[in-house]
Design a protein around this ligand. Structure first.
Ligand code: 5GP
Length: 178
């Protein structure tokens, strides 16, 4: 199905996203005040969220790394079969790790990632997701920081794609039902 940005309803405006991200950043800043913080951005969907979130965290010992995951499936439904497309560049053993994710839907991707990262012996591991869609949960995961809990709709923009496009939208939208 072809879609255009004219067919999208705004779910979270640019302003609403930035306001919530500032709140999350302040909370993370407080929680990690006395610890080094190693942030892992799950590509591709989290790149904008990471960029805004880390700028909302005042912390002198914050480091960043990237990891690529891709889950097989069609344009709007994940199959739960996850593939690592890019691995970390920095070892996480002994580090306080915070995973930055765009959306947790079934939880299968995050479950896979947690199992993988735990074998590398981080000191602690927590999750910060911009969006959580609880309706489809198959594998519950503990999320310390959640931006917004959303209804069971396919969302696009602010890093989230539709067939690899629309990641550049500064807001999050849903396709209007006509
Ligand atoms: P999971 O179902 O494993 O929790 O999520 C797998 C992946 O599916 C997410 O990381 C995200 O890339 C994608 N995904 C899940 N729900 C949505 C959605 O509403 N919109 C978009 N663009 N991607 C989604």
């Amino acid at each position: 199905m072809e879609i255009s940005s004219d067919q999208l309803d705004v779910l979270y405006s640019e302003e609403a996203l930035q306001e919530r991200i500032l709140e999350l950043g302040k909370k993370i800043e407080e929680d990690y005040r006395d610890k080094d913080l190693h942030v892992i951005c799950v590509l591709k969907g989290s790149f904008l969220f990471l960029a805004d979130l880390v700028r909302a965290i005042r912390h002198d010992r914050l480091s960043v790394d990237f990891l690529g995951l891709s889950s097989y499936g069609n344009e709007t439904k994940s199959s739960g079969v996850v593939r690592m497309t890019q691995d970390l560049t920095i070892p996480i053993e002994g580090k306080h790790v915070l995973i930055i994710e765009d959306i947790i839907d079934t939880g299968l991707t995050m479950h896979y990632l947690l199992e993988n990262l735990r074998t590398r012996l981080p000191k602690s591991i927590e999750i910060c997701t911009l969006l959580h869609k609880p309706a489809n949960t198959e594998k519950p995961v503990d999320m310390k920081y959640i931006g917004f809990t959303i209804p069971n709709k396919f969302v696009i923009g602010y890093g989230l794609d539709y067939a690899e496009c629309f990641r550049n939208l500064p807001y999050i939208g849903v396709v209007r039902q006509s």
